[in-house]
Design a protein around this ligand. Structure first.
Ligand code: 5GP
Length: 187
């Protein structure tokens, strides 16, 4: 029997999902799922904390063994949610997944009671400005991320909630409210 809510947070790169999740975890007990990926670690990323960094062979083996709740491809790399971690943690309490829209919609198919929350920027210009301020990506990468952002946001109508991140404290409060009244996933 599961005790918790499976909360799936998505939103374009640069929208502030990571910050929101960090704030929620300071204020509430919940397990944050660590995804697996075949992409190389960025500076400062720690294996087992940011992601589990896997070789493509290992990732493909896990696919064969049905080890992922969902997985999808981004810019030539694979990303997946480890099934066992999520199922084990749901028997104890709430679980948060921070994954892209394709993954989120697949999770919803597997667990219709999962609660999908889209974090949206106040507007497109604000998102672009945030990607530029990061200063780490060149113009081509920013254009690619904006295109991806348009795709992600176009799926908002399929989400249970859309939260506009124009005020961090308010956005965090809204996600916590959703978690508090969230659906309990019973198996
Ligand atoms: P990044 O490489 O910038 O860390 O992440 C790229 C994209 O992969 C982001 O949109 C992120 O939400 C998504 N992502 C991270 N983990 C997962 C996962 O487990 N499954 C899926 N489907 N997407 C993920």
């Amino acid at each position: 029997m599961n005790k918790g809510t499976l909360l799936v947070l998505s939103g374009p790169s640069g929208v502030g999902k990571g910050t929101i999740v960090g704030e929620i975890l300071k204020r509430r007990k919940a397990a944050l799922s660590v995804s697996c990926t075949t992409r190389a670690p960025r500076e400062g990323e720690v294996d087992g904390v940011s992601y589990f960094f896997l070789t493509r062979d290992k990732f493909e083996k896990m696919i064969e063994e049905d080890g992922f709740l969902e997985y999808s491809r981004h810019f030539d790399n694979l990303y997946g949610t480890p099934r066992k971690f999520v199922e084990d943690k749901l028997s104890e309490g709430d679980v948060i997944l921070e994954i892209d829209v394709d993954g989120a919609l697949n999770v919803k198919k597997a667990y219709p009671q999962a609660v999908l929350v889209m974090i949206a920027p106040p507007d497109r210009a604000a998102l672009r400005a945030r990607l530029e301020w990061r200063g780490t990506e060149d113009e081509q990468v920013i254009a690619r991320r904006m295109e991806r952002a348009d795709y992600e946001l176009s799926k908002s109508p399929l989400y249970d909630y859309v939260i506009v991140n124009d005020d961090l404290g308010k956005a965090v409060g809204q996600v916590i409210q959703i978690l508090e009244k969230g659906d309990i996933i019973n198996d």
